[in-house]
Design a protein around this ligand. Structure first.
Ligand code: SF4
Length: 459
């Protein structure tokens, strides 16, 4: 009953957000930076921002997330943070010896107007960047966009700083930009690409950085991550497949403009159709045939859909999360005859509403969709038109509890459950997992609410 004061009556708000459905740009930038091997993310701003970003990532991934901070105090806030960043670059390379420092800005340093490329170039001139080491950056003002924008900016920064042209000698490799997905999703994407026999460069790659094994030993820079050499070579690949237009599109286009690597920008491979699309584009791009092992996985997902569809038919669903995920998830749910009727993302972008409207156009029910929306609005929609299921990040649990709705945790952040970083939701296997999670909560609810005479062993 925590949100019991949420009124049913909806009033249009212009300048007020209540319970945002997003978090701040640097969190996405920090997550992306962790996908480079040997990289230390660095937050150019106050310690409080960095502590918040690190703690959110640590709580989601259940791994200690390392990052530096320029530790702005009153002086830097007034005169700019150049001295702090120069000192930080010097200290970090001397003490922690990373391969790369990935600097992202914060609201404060953006408002001051610190020129990061100028400061980095001064650090280089003063010998503070050792030979063979790199400092890259992304501007991540959090008063625009969301964590997805920050992620996208940092991935583009990787291309801008590290990718190298090789027009004359294009290699047979294909770049995969996996998007803002879980480490397990990246692992699954890599597995599928390998199954197809394709030589790929995947970046950013947080698998085995944020979901590595427990070894009993602390490692500042875990095994995983795309190496600087990988990202450098991406400029010589024969093509790029970018997954998630918002998270990966900008970097893919930048790589095309910088190194003439043609790109194809796809939706995230969540669900049967979107995974088919991904496999098909990969197959054509690399000129390979799909092996039986993948066809079998596809058939298994199809089998699960066939068995479970009777329970999903015309169930109304509310969704909250990031746009790339929601577009594919909505398509998946519609394809199994569910009715996603309230859909909110906190990330701005007009195309989102148009895409969702297209995907849901055949649902014989009014569909509410909002970009740059908030969870207060979602709650009001649900109060006016109740749903059978809510899918979203941890913050959705308050609405689920208040309205007594079955709830599936999906997306970022998930702060109150453990294990999600090891199980993909992309690909055919990810589709099976998603369906299992959805069916479990629906049937658990049915069990809970059944009177004794209809409490069935076999459902
Ligand atoms: S919104 Fe701005 S001030 Fe707040 S934590 Fe994020 S970067 Fe820092």
């Amino acid at each position: 009953m925590l949100l019991r004061h949420t009124p049913e009556e909806i009033v249009e708000r212009q300048a007020l957000m209540i319970n945002p459905a997003k978090t701040c740009q640097p969190i996405g930038a920090m997550y992306a930076a962790l996908g480079i091997h040997g990289c230390l993310p660095h937050s150019h701003g106050s310690q409080g921002c960095c502590a918040y970003h690190r703690s959110t990532l640590t709580r989601h991934y259940k791994e200690p997330v390392m990052a530096g901070t320029s530790s702005f105090t009153e002086g830097a806030s007034v005169f700019g943070g150049q001295a702090n960043l120069l000192q930080a670059i010097d200290n970090i390379f001397t003490i922690y010896e990373p391969e790369v420092i990935a600097v992202h800005t914060t609201c404060l340093s953006e408002t001051i107007g610190d020129d990061i490329p100028q400061i980095v170039s001064k650090a280089r001139d003063e010998g503070k960047v050792p030979e063979g080491k790199h400092v890259i950056h992304a501007n991540t003002p959090s008063y625009v966009g969301s964590h997805v924008t920050g992620f996208s900016n940092m991935v583009k920064g990787m291309v801008d700083y590290l990718a190298e042209d090789g027009v004359e000698h294009k290699a047979r490799t294909i770049n995969i930009l996996p998007g803002y997905v879980e480490p397990a999703d990246i692992q699954e994407i890599k597995r599928l690409v390998k199954e197809l026999g394709i030589d790929s460069i995947v970046f950013p790659d947080t698998s085995y950085v944020l979901n590595g094994p427990q070894t009993g030993k602390f490692s500042m820079f875990p095994e995983g991550g795309a190496t600087v050499e990988d990202i450098r070579r991406s400029g010589r690949s024969m093509g790029t497949i970018a997954l998630g237009p918002l998270a990966s599109g900008a970097a893919a286009r930048a790589l095309d403009a910088k190194c003439k690597v043609p790109c194809e920008i796809l939706d995230l491979p969540i669900g049967l159709n979107k995974t088919d699309e991904f496999i098909n584009v990969l197959r054509k791009a690399a000129g390979v045939t799909v092996p039986d092992s993948i066809t079998i996985e596809r058939g298994q997902l199809l089998d699960v859909i066939t068995d479970e569809q009777q329970y999903f038919y015309q169930k109304k669903v509310a969704l909250v999360g990031d746009p790339d995920q929601l577009i594919s998830l909505t398509e998946f749910l519609v394809s199994i005859d569910m009715w996603p009727i309230h859909i909110v993302t906190g990330t701005p972008g007009k195309k989102f509403e148009k895409r969702i409207a297209e995907i849901t156009k055949d649902i014989p029910h009014k569909v509410n969709v909002r970009q740059a929306g908030d969870m207060f609005l979602l709650h009001q929609w649900i109060k006016n038109d109740p749903v059978d299921l809510l899918i979203g990040n941890t913050y959705g649990k308050y609405i689920a509890r208040d309205e007594d709705i079955p709830f599936v945790r999906f997306g970022f952040p998930i702060l109150d459950r453990i294990g999600h970083i090891y199980f993909p939701t992309v690909g055919y296997k990810g589709g099976m997992r998603l369906l299992e999670k959805i069916l479990d909560v629906l049937l658990d609810r049915k069990d809970r609410d059944s009177p004794e005479e209809s409490f069935e062993l076999v459902m």
